[in-house]
Structures are given as C-alpha cells and as structure tokens.
Write a protein that binds this ligand. Structure first.
Ligand code: NAP
Length: 248
C-alpha cells in the first residue's frame, strides 16, 4: 500500500487521517517531528507522499522542487517523492479556499474582503481574493488596519477569519463584533472545530451567508489525494466526504 501521511509538530486533533481514508486506499500516518528532525525525515523518511502542516509549510521548501502554485503561495502543504528520489512541493490550500468561496455562493469581484490575521492561512485568502477580483484588507493586531480602527471598514462585504480565535477549546470567543460592518454579505471562518464558532453564530443571527473551514479542509485534501494518486478525482467527492465528516 502506498505510504502517505501528515508532517507537523503537534497533530493529535488532526481530521486528515479520517478525510484521506474516504479519498483513497493509501495509508495515512501522522509524523510528529521536532524542528531538528525535519531534514532527516524529508531525506530518509519512509513515505511516498505527505501533507505538511504547522509549523513546517515554509521549512520544507528548500528540500523540494516547487510547482508554480507553491512558488506563488510561498508555502508547501503537499510533497510527492519522485521516481528519482527527489521531492516535488505543491500547495493545495489555494484550491481549498477557492472551493470554499465557490461553495458559499459569495461573489468577491470588486468587493472589499476583510481578512482577520496575517499568518499562513491569511496569505492563502489574500491570494485567492486577488485572483477573484476582490479587494483584500488584512486586519492584524499590529498592522496599519487593526482591531482599534475597524470603523474604517464599514464598506466590507465579506469577512474571513484566518485567526485561531474561537477555535476549540476557546469556543466562546469571537475575533470581532460584526456590528462594525453593516454591509456584510457573508462570513467565512477557516476554523472547523467547533463547526459553528461564535463568529459564525453571530453571522447566522444577522442572516448572513456563512461557512466553516471543513469544506476547505476537505477540498485541499482532495487535491492532495490527486497528487498522491496521480489521477483526477471527481469534484463531487468533496461534498461526499464533507457530509461524511460532518456526521462524524
Ligand atoms: P497562525 O499563523 O497561528 O495565526 C494566524 C494569525 O492569527 C496570526 O498571524 C495572528 O495575526 C492572528 N492571531 C493569532 N492569535 C491571535 C489572537 N489571540 N487574537 C487575534 N489574532 C490572533 O495560524 P494559520 O496557520 O494562519 O491558521 C489560522 C486559522 O486558520 C487556524 O484556526 C487554522 O486552524 C485555520 N486553518 C484552516 C484551514 C482549513 O483548511 N480549513 C487551513 C489553514 C488554516 P496578527 O498577529 O497579524 O494579528
């Protein structure tokens, strides 16, 4: 059986093994490594292909030949060992978030998209927003646009949470008060645990379009599975796996 898995530092709560079990017949192990173990694992680890997560999405780049998408995103979340032993690095988070936006039915074109947080997930959201013709504005605790001057952005049409605020076990927290943004059409939260964050529950109460991060997680895994297997999977499998994961 083809050996795949996930490289990261702390992986205890990962949903990826369950998602990949629905996508293909390869094995999918969790490879928890400390920073000083990563290089040896990449060179000598017993895997055919892996996903990469926090905090190693940039660390692995020097060891890989990069796809155009990985170069464009400046991070790698999928690595495939080539027949000659070298590593090819790709990024499927872009496809994951793009798929989440499409599924939501929200249009980004010409609209101000407020993106909370300035980490790796935020960079993915900025890239997709720009490519969809939206106007991304990153709200960062320390940036020019921050939580003290939110009233600058009352024309925001979409709000995306790319911070961990509201994630389990801090379910009761929300990163912003949605009353600052009277023109909002939708709120997308990249968090998938819990399924309904406080932010999404607030948005639901306002009658906005909402989506949690489970769709993105499944969609990025589907594109990764295509790279693992070297074959296309039908787009319908995103919804199939999403529904199965929702039940679990
Ligand atoms: P990260 O780098 O740890 O954090 C992202 C940013 O959030 C930070 O750079 C910081 O931005 C802000 N932040 C962190 N702690 C905060 C706090 N206490 N209050 C306010 N802002 C805070 O994480 P990431 O990898 O970008 O991921 C962000 C979130 O997206 C996580 O919840 C992750 O689970 C989720 N995610 C989901 C998917 C998916 O497939 N659904 C994929 C990737 C990530 P500033 O310092 O600029 O404020």
């Amino acid at each position: 059986m083809m050996k795949c898995g996930l490289l990261g530092r702390k992986l205890g709560h990962s949903y990826s093994p369950q998602i990949h079990a629905h996508l293909g017949t390869y094995s999918y192990d969790l490879f928890e490594k400390e920073p000083d173990e990563v290089e040896d694992f990449l060179r000598n680890g017993d895997f055919a292909a892996i996903n990469v997560t926090i905090p190693y999405k940039k660390t692995v780049m020097p060891y890989c030949r990069l796809t155009e998408r990985a170069k464009y995103m400046g991070s790698v979340n999928t690595i495939i060992r080539q027949p000659d032993g070298t590593l090819l690095g790709h990024n499927t988070d872009y496809f994951g978030f793009l798929s989440m936006v499409k599924k939501s039915g929200l249009s980004f074109s010409g609209k101000k998209v407020l993106i909370l947080g300035s980490g790796g997930a935020s960079a993915t959201v900025v890239a997709v927003t720009e490519d969809l013709g939206g106007i991304p504005v990153v709200i960062s605790r320390t940036g020019e646009n921050n939580y003290q001057n939110l009233c600058r952005h009352e024309d925001g049409a979409v709000l995306v949470n790319a911070t961990p605020v509201g994630m389990y076990p801090n379910n009761g927290l929300s990163p912003v008060d949605l009353n600052y943004f009277p023109h909002l059409e939708g709120v997308l939260d990249l968090i998938y645990n819990p399924a309904r964050t406080k932010l999404l529950m607030d948005a639901d109460r306002l009658g906005l379009i909402t989506s949690n991060g489970l769709w993105m997680l499944v969609a990025q895994a589907k594109e990764a599975a295509e790279w693992f297997l070297g074959q296309k999977l039908p787009d319908t499998c995103i919804e199939d796996v999403y529904l199965k994961m929702q039940k679990q």
